[in-house]
Design a protein around this ligand. Structure first.
Ligand SMILES: Cc1cc2nc3c(=O)[nH]c(=O)nc-3n(C[C@H](O)[C@H](O)[C@H](O)COP(=O)(O)OP(=O)(O)OC[C@H]3O[C@@H](n4cnc5c(N)ncnc54)[C@H](O)[C@@H]3O)c2cc1C
Length: 445
């Protein structure tokens, strides 16, 4: 075990004083918040010090090392949905135009201009970049914003009298403790867990590792369990291999394509309309456009391939059957069905509550008190407030990945990172001005 370093930020004192916001994970959300905080400071507006703790590289989950992709597959959404998108800040009346303009310094197109590839990208019809290029963009933002980055894995989080204490360990075993007034959790957690421990059942991390080394087990019948982005990228890879049949297993009646019309996209880019919808309407939008849906591009490549079939059901049992694996699928209105394959890929995606294992017992008690009971996904989701933090906690705990239902479907993904950073960084004074403007139905400029 190495040395223990105590990294402290300037503590929150009074109105306008600097706070420390610690972000777990250097993905798009961390970069969006760090870039906006820098812009606010440059404009002499109050912003916290943003400290990002990252276990690997900036943009790790878009690289083969992150275990979610091999880096070669393409972004489903447009890269112009970058760290500043939609460039319609509502941070504070009177300064929003300046904020929007300053944020364009960290846009996808500014990145391309600096790389000298802007004209080529336009001439090629604005293609979605491969995941590893998206990671390069995020790394460029990190450099351009002088990101305060701690290379370490967060191991535990404790609640303190005025916030949080984040304990992390770097690759050499050195421990660091960071005092935080506010804490933001990002990312989907780990990808190493599979439905069952079996050599022919691969987690998504194992799948990408083997695919990257061209060492996937020989198989003629493959099943991919899951119907979201994780499964979409895995299928995009599998159709390039010589399998005879590829079954996609999801609980829903069919595989849906993500709605990409203006009407659907606008709910993601502009969360203002969200609060006017009933909870049932919100759930319906999320169901139809986000959870368990494939991007248009992935769907097109699957439709064209007659080896790909959809099976409806929830996998409830995985059994060894000689060299094969028997999957039992459950449907509410039918008897269980068994489907036998040579290889299974668990692409069910991230665990939304993965971060809870980092919090110590006292911190869990505090969060339970704030949300009114045991920490279930539904309970935490319904406690996420306008600022994307859990309501009722003294130390801010921002959970944008769980903010879809209460605040807008774009907050967990790349659809409105500019709105996300506004909400996380808004001071109380700026927030009340903005809230009043929203109540009266005006847009802030
Ligand atoms: C294959 C795939 C494709 C996707 N494509 C799209 C898309 O096209 N459009 C879209 O909108 N969404 C897409 N998504 C969803 C995507 O995950 C989110 O939109 C978004 O990237 C999440 O960003 P983030 O900042 O929350 O976290 P991430 O980019 O996931 O970053 C989280 C970071 O946290 C780090 N980390 C994890 N644990 C720790 C720890 N204990 N200590 C320190 N660091 C830690 C990881 O190393 C990682 O770098 C895709 C998801 C997948 C899996």
């Amino acid at each position: 075990m190495g040395a223990l370093t105590l990294a402290t930020g300037a503590r929150a004192g009074g109105v306008g004083s600097v706070e420390t916001l610690v972000v777990v994970g250097a993905g798009p959300k961390a970069l969006a918040v760090a870039a906006k905080a820098r812009v606010l400071r440059e404009l002499d507006l109050p912003a916290p010090r943003v400290v990002v703790v990252e276990a690997n590289a900036v943009g790790n989950n878009w690289l083969p090392t992150g275990g979610w992709t091999d880096g070669q597959h393409r972004l489903g959404t447009s890269p112009e949905k970058d760290v500043g998108f939609p460039y319609r800040s509502t941070w504070a009346r009177g300064r929003n135009r300046d904020i929007n303009e300053a944020m364009t310094a960290y846009s996808w197109t500014s990145f391309l201009i600096e790389q000298g590839t802007y004209a080529e990208w336009i001439d090629r019809g604005r293609p979605s970049p491969q995941h590893h290029v998206w990671a390069k963009y995020l790394q460029w933002v990190a450099r351009a914003t002088d990101l305060e980055l701690i290379h370490a894995t967060v191991r535990s989080i404790a609640a303190t009298a005025d916030g949080w204490r984040v304990s992390a360990v770097d690759g050499d075993g050195n421990a660091t403790e960071i005092a935080a007034d506010g804490l933001m959790i990002t990312g989907p957690g780990h990808s190493e867990k599979a439905l069952a421990k079996h050599p022919r059942v691969l987690s998504i991390a194992e799948f990408w590792d083997l695919a990257g080394r061209r060492a996937l087990p020989v198989a003629s019948r493959v099943a991919v369990v899951g119907g979201g982005e994780t499964a979409g990228s895995a299928l995009d890879e599998l159709v390039r291999h010589g399998m005879l049949s590829i079954s996609v297993i999801t609980p829903r009646a069919t595989i849906y394509t993500r709605g990409e019309s203006f009407f659907e996209n606008s709910l993601f880019s502009d969360p203002i309309k969200w609060s006017a919808l009933s909870i049932e309407e919100r759930r319906e939008v999320i169901r139809r456009t986000d959870r368990g849906v494939f991007s248009v591009r992935v769907q097109e490549s699957l439709i064209a391939d007659n080896r790909v079939h959809h099976l409806q059901g929830r996998v409830v049992r995985v059994a060894d059957q000689g060299d094969c694996v028997a999957l039992t699928m459950r449907n509410d209105l039918r008897a269980d069905q068994v489907h036998t394959v040579d290889l299974v890929i668990d692409a069910t995606g991230g665990r939304p509550l993965w971060f809870l294992e980092l919090f110590d017992a006292n911190a869990v008690d505090l969060i339970e008190l704030a949300v009114g009971g045991e920490l279930t996904q539904a309970r935490i989701e319904s406690a996420i407030g306008y600022d994307l933090a859990v309501s009722g906690l003294d130390g801010k705990l921002f959970l944008p990945n769980l903010a879809a239902l209460t605040q807008g479907p774009g907050f967990p993904n790349l659809s409105c990172l500019g709105n996300l950073s506004d909400r996380v960084l808004q001071t109380t004074a700026a927030r009340s001005t903005t809230a009043n403007r929203h109540v009266s139905g005006l847009r802030v400029h």
